[in-house]
Design a protein around this ligand. Structure first.
Ligand SMILES: [Zn+2]
Length: 229
């Protein structure tokens, strides 16, 4: 989290971004990435962290390739700004695996988001809720199909979660990946890759153990109580 704050601290400064574009980056498409930067909050609350990672990851990937602390510091800078540059420089040099870890955190977050979305639906109209349309359009479609404005089973996915969803979710935590993560792993040399894979698997395992414990009570909820969820 502190590492993400170092990156955000640098990127949120317009002057530093301009200097980065001038001194370190030659490719126009990469320059564009740093021309503007939406303010993101680096916080453990997932709705913040997910947005922060979505925004920081593409920029971090370019920073790792192009950022040159010495060049950045060569131009005049105040003490405060120099510290933002040196902190980022030290971070990028010491954390080869940083991008992979961020990407895995983002992918794990998507698994959570998918589960949350699924829990807000119902078995009977899953197809309607899954459609890529605004909520109001989907609700209208439901009314057209069923004649009712709401489905009584919506958000009552407790039995599904206990019987199927929890295992599916925990399994996804252990196996989730993305094209980008795969690409990052393919790009590093063999010996580094082995260490990196181990570290990533460790992170997945940690998340799996914590969540197995957290959701443990779902294995013991009486069936009669599940009917109410
Ligand atoms: Zn339904």
């Amino acid at each position: 989290m502190d590492n993400l704050r170092v990156i955000e601290n640098f990127l949120s400064d317009r002057e530093l971004r301009c200097r980065l574009i001038e001194t370190c980056i030659a490719i126009p498409a990469e320059k564009r990435l740093f021309q503007s930067h939406p303010t993101v909050h680096v916080d453990w609350r997932w709705e913040f962290l997910s947005k922060a990672l979505d925004c920081l990851i593409p920029r971090l990937s370019t920073l790792q390739k192009r950022f040159d602390g010495a060049k950045m510091l060569a131009t005049s800078a105040g003490v405060l700004k120099s510290s933002a540059v040196t902190s980022l420089d030290a971070l990028l040099k010491s954390q080869e695996a940083l991008l992979c870890q961020c990407e895995l955190a983002r992918v794990l977050g998507k698994v959570f988001e998918n589960l949350a979305k699924r829990l807000e639906t119902c078995h009977c109209h899953e197809r309607v809720w899954a459609a890529r349309m605004p909520y109001t359009t989907r609700a209208k479609k439901l009314t057209q199909e069923t004649g009712a404005a709401k489905c009584v089973w919506k958000t009552r996915m407790g039995p599904w979660f206990a019987a199927v969803g929890l295992d599916e979710f925990l399994n996804s935590i252990q196996t989730c990946s993305s094209d980008m993560l795969q690409q990052l792993l393919d790009d590093v040399p063999g010996p580094v890759r082995a260490g990196l894979l181990e570290a990533l698997q460790g992170l997945r395992q940690c998340a799996h153990e914590a969540l197995t414990e957290k959701f443990g009570f779902w294995r013991h909820v009486p069936w009669s109580a599940l009917g109410g969820y």
